[in-house]
Ligand binder design. Structure first.
Ligand code: ADP
Ligand code: MG
Length: 393
């Protein structure tokens, strides 16, 4: 295959390792500096120009987009996607995961642990917010910080308030997070490739530092992940829409607490700690998947007249409970159930004989009018008590 690695530096450890892994597996590979592209937006003919040459013939792209160039890097990647080339991580996944608030807002929809978090803007709302999450000590974070920079532990409510006010005055957005004491300066990073955790490490903060980032002097060691951590890491990567991710988790009293999902995880620490050739795993996955470029499902599906995607949540008095999909009449209304979320389980492409249960979330594709009428009708029947929620997505 002909593979492009988007990276700001040929000599960066992870870039070098990925390049070696591509060569070792017989691929033709080029490292291209993300900032040297021009994006040529033309109707029906998306183009990319790199150092005066048109880019046409890559089979796959490995993006390594640093946080300082997220906007431009994601735009370049989006253009590769538009040109039908397979990208190991999608531009949307990268943008979504880079914002720490947006990430946990998404995780919160699912059964995934994360430190209690609150986000405020106005001075008068700061102290109540700190109190809401149990008071100091609290962690204060810049939304797009990295390598531990922009993550602060505040010991008292007053200090926390002063720090947040100061950051607000410099137009920074910050989130306030419960400090997970019991993790004791240790966290776990799991590298997800596809639907598997391929390597994991524990990072231990040194001295009185609470941040375990390698760039803050954290020491790495090998760790055998228990199943809960593995499952959480895989789900978190999937929710972000990332094929490759480094998922950072604290060891909370109630299990794994996801802090962030990294779309360009560094390979040095993890390869050293785990002894796994992570770069090779990534390239192997690229080979398996390159024939299936990601498509923007929502955009493609909703273009047709009046069709769309919606999610129904089955509440406790719904008439659909205990009916099979067939008997519930979805098909007649031109609605297809694509998946059912049931607790922590996901039932993809459910058979028509499958029963609908209370608290299921049905992800449906179909005529929007019919989906709407289904909800409105139920609302009327039940007066103000909706028998299911609907969310158009
Ligand atoms: N809520 C928290 N409780 C305890 N430690 C935390 C918490 N949030 C972050 N940390 C520590 O700070 C480090 C950096 O935080 P993280 O959110 O991953 O930001 P960055 O993107 O800068 O790595 C983590 O690896 C962890 O050691
Ligand atoms: Mg981190």
């Amino acid at each position: 295959m002909k593979i492009a690695i988007l990276s700001r530096g040929k000599r960066l450890y992870s870039t070098k390792r990925l390049r070696e892994a591509c060569v070792a597996r017989g691929h033709d590979v080029n490292v291209l500096d993300t900032l040297d592209f021009s994006i040529n937006v033309e109707q029906g003919k998306p183009g990319l120009i790199y150092k005066n040459k048109n880019i046409t013939d890559f089979d796959a792209v490995i993006p390594r987009i640093g946080s300082s160039i997220t906007f431009f890097g994601a735009a370049v990647l989006r253009q590769f996607e538009e040109m039908g080339m397979f990208c190991l991580n999608s531009s949307l996944g990268i943008i979504t995961s880079r914002d720490k608030l947006r990430s946990i807002q998404l995780l919160a929809r699912h059964n995934i642990g994360f430190p209690q978090t609150i986000f405020v803007k106005q001075k008068k709302t700061i102290l109540p917010a700190i109190e809401k999450i149990g008071g100091a000590p609290v962690v204060i974070k810049l939304l797009e910080g990295t390598q531990g920079i922009g993550v602060i532990l505040a010991d008292t409510n007053k200090v926390a308030e002063a720090i947040i006010e100061t950051l607000h005055s410099t137009k920074q957005n910050v989130l306030i997070q419960k400090f997970i004491k019991e993790s004791k300066g240790r966290d776990v990073r799991a590298i997800v490739v596809g639907n598997k955790v391929v390597a994991a490490m524990r990072r231990v903060a040194q001295g009185d530092e609470f941040r375990s980032n390698v760039h803050r002097g954290g020491k790495v060691e090998n760790v055998e992940l228990d199943e809960r951590f593995e499952r959480t890491a895989i789900r978190a990567a999937q929710i972000m829409g990332l094929n490759v991710a480094g998922v950072d988790m604290l060891e909370g009293a109630s299990g794994p607490q996801v802090m962030e999902v990294n779309s360009s995880p560094g390979l040095e620490g993890i390869e050293r700690a785990s002894g796994v050739d992570v770069a090779a795993k990534m390239v192997e996955f690229l080979e398996e998947q390159s024939d299936f470029p990601e498509i923007d499902l929502r955009q493609r599906l909703t273009l047709d007249k009046g069709y769309g995607v919606a999610e129904f949540h089955i509440l406790k008095n719904s008439e659909l409970i205990s009916k099979t999909i067939e008997n519930a009449g979805f098909r007649e209304k031109d609605i297809v159930i694509m998946s059912i979320k049931r607790g922590t389980k996901m039932i993809s492409n459910p058979k028509s004989t499958r029963e609908i249960l209370e608290d299921d979330s049905l992800l449906c594709f179909g005529k929007l009018e019919n989906m709407k009428s289904l909800v409105i009708q139920k609302r009327k029947n039940r007066k103000r008590r909706k028998s299911f929620d609907v969310r158009k997505i």
